[in-house]
Design a binder for this molecule. Structure first.
Ligand SMILES: [Zn+2]
Length: 83
């Protein structure tokens, strides 16, 4: 079973936004984004979301509630066997 172009693009999108794709993969993603309105909307949304996050994180001090939430998340993903 082969992967649909949109499924593949969705998978590449996260890496693309993080700059984690090689040149060939990035071009493939860009080509698909040019052709596909659905994926282009996804891309614009993801990019705006990341920009918003970056802005929020760099400009505003973290609220104590968020700090606690993040700390709880981190302790959840701590590898087993850690004290
Ligand atoms: Zn698509």
């Amino acid at each position: 079973m082969s992967e649909s172009p949109c499924a593949k693009c969705e998978r590449l999108l996260q890496l693309y936004l993080d700059g984690g794709l090689n040149e060939i993969e990035a071009r493939e993603a860009e080509n698909h984004l040019d052709d596909c309105g659905y994926c282009h909307r996804q891309y614009r949304f993801e990019r705006a979301f990341r920009e918003h996050l970056r802005k929020t994180l760099s400009e505003e001090p973290m609220s104590p509630e968020l700090r606690i939430k993040l700390a709880a998340l981190r302790s959840d993903v701590r590898p087993a066997g850690d004290p």
